[in-house]
Design a protein around this ligand. Structure first.
Ligand code: ZN
Length: 172
């Protein structure tokens, strides 16, 4: 009998699919090449694929990728943090800040109850303070450089919770 063990055939590298618990390193730049965010020098980003934990364009770009692969993902605002809504830019009276004058670029939590959002101070005049409730990355085309670090199957519990547990995930 001519039998030869061939490890190449037996090893099947996992690919990212729904219910994969994956870890990635990434660097995010805008269209002008400025770095907006990066996992470099930090823990990789751990996430559960297919549960809306990442922006849609990122999940689409990661689907089917394998450990060790490096690639670019370009995400349109629609598949990222949405388009800017100028209706979320408003002028509030100085009294809204209780006599405290904020700095331009300063961010505050606004809203009431469970409906919380972040507003950023844009402009300050005698008439009032212009605040912007858009996500800072709304309207921005996102350029990601990505490396897949690890992939494993998520546990039943993680899938039912919609997020991963353990290192890089939820601890509860
Ligand atoms: Zn959980």
């Amino acid at each position: 009998m001519n039998f030869r063990y061939s490890p190449k055939i037996k090893v099947k590298r996992m690919m990212i699919t729904t219910n994969s618990a994956a870890a990635i390193h990434y660097t995010l730049r805008n269209g002008a090449g400025e770095i907006l965010d990066s996992s470099e020098g930090k823990q990789p980003l751990h996430y559960l694929h297919g549960h809306g934990n990442l922006i849609p364009g990122m999940e689409a770009g990661l689907l089917g990728k394998r450990v060790g692969e490096t690639f670019k993902i370009v995400v349109s605002p629609q598949e990222g943090y949405g388009l800017r809504d100028e209706g979320l830019v408003t002028i509030v009276p100085h009294s809204a800040f209780g006599g405290h004058t904020p700095a331009i670029g300063e961010r505050f939590q606004a809203g009431h109850g469970d409906e919380r959002y972040v507003i950023e101070v844009r402009e300050i005049t005698d008439e009032g303070i212009t605040v912007d409730g858009n996500h800072p990355l709304a309207g921005v085309e996102l350029h990601f450089d990505v490396e897949v670090v690890s992939i494993r199957e998520a546990t039943e519990e993680e899938i039912s919770h919609g997020h991963i547990h353990g290192p890089g995930g939820h601890h509860h």
